[in-house]
Ligand binder design. Sequence first.
Ligand SMILES: Cc1ncc(COP(=O)(O)O)c(C=O)c1O
Length: 441
Amino acid sequence: MPDTARSTANTLEPYFMPFTANRQFKSAPRMIVSAAGMHYTTDDGRRLLDGSAGMWCVNAGHGRERIVRAIREQAAAMDYAPAFQCGHPGAFELAGRLAALMPGSLDHAFFCNSGSEAVDTALKIALAYHRQNGEATRTRLVGRERGYHGVGFGGTAVGGMANNRKQFGNLLAGVDHLRHTHDLGEMAFSRGHPAWGAHLADDLERLCGLHDASTIAAVIVEPVAGSTGVLVPPEGYLARIRELCDRHGILLIFDEVITGFGRVGAAFAAERFGVEPDMITMAKGLTNATVPMSAVGVSKGVYDTLMAGPAGVELFHGYTYSGHPLACAAGLATLEVYAEEGLFERARALAPVWEDALHGLRGRRNVIDIRNIGLMGAVEMAPRPGEAGARGFAVYLECFDSGLIARQTGDTIALSPPLIITEDQIGELADILGAAIDAVD
Ligand SMILES: Cc1ncc(COP(=O)(O)O)c(C=O)c1O
């Protein structure tokens, strides 16, 4: 190898890291080299408890032999099949399994490769549906403040995080937002659904008044906002959004990229919360994060409407890797693991233990809120004056040094362990986090 090539390969510099403070990381790298079960191992041989299932995605724990085997066998049998005007059995089988898993009339799956792609796909399906339905004026998309829907132009536009939007100009035109549902004064330290806040859903009525419902195609919300710190929906809030969508002919999309596949103690939050959307976006836990894959679950009504269009291609949309054979094999094996080990039920059964462990951190230094639902949760700390996010990042680093990987968002530490976590490990996680919080000023 020429010297220049070797020296480049040995430096951290060429990798432009995503959503990362590149300069900070490269000055003090946190390098992970292997993973098994509930743990990661760092390049210096330290074991870290995985408090975040990777990034909300490794729901069955790391290195699951059955999933690894399925991917290996599929790669040997057929690495790739054209996704357009051709099919392979795995994609149809996985779509069928997802149709059986999704609630109510959601019975079709469109495959993509990331949560971001699933979101943009769902938004485009909503637009195409209304056009086909004779309501081409319905082009407006409604998201929510503090929503995260990935990083495509559509997802960024309907998302409600200032940092994710401010560098990118106007994004999409014709987008509006509901207010977020988080109010510390009204709901701090709620266990599960806050009792206050269902009325915030009436924002949708206000937007219908402002823009006229005939211009609105879809509302997209995360049933539990994950990336902005596990904001659990107020009791009755999602049902009210559904009611208003029905009243005004608006499609409802649940972005379940995080909440899908057992995170809240059921296959989907839609099932757990008893509110059925017209589409569900899913990713992450779909393949236990082994092979990138996402999907849009589509209701029979939406699918049938699109199928009633002119002969030929019904939706001019798709990806080279839609329904990639390796991803389908991984997805099928993952769903088998979830079912055989009863991991969704396990998450539900462990939720009270999880809730008690997290709320046991109340009273720790600077803690101003604790939130939880299923096996997800968050501990929020007061920001340092004039330094929003600095305390959260310091606690994240302290956790990493003390043997726990968590997620940091602002001054909130978000948690979502693999669903195989034991009660002892829940205790360990809370102990490490509590000590880290106390160690940071
Ligand atoms: C709710 C939600 N939607 C969409 C996405 C984007 O997924 P991806 O990073 O796979 O594009 C995420 C990622 O965290 C998410 O949490």
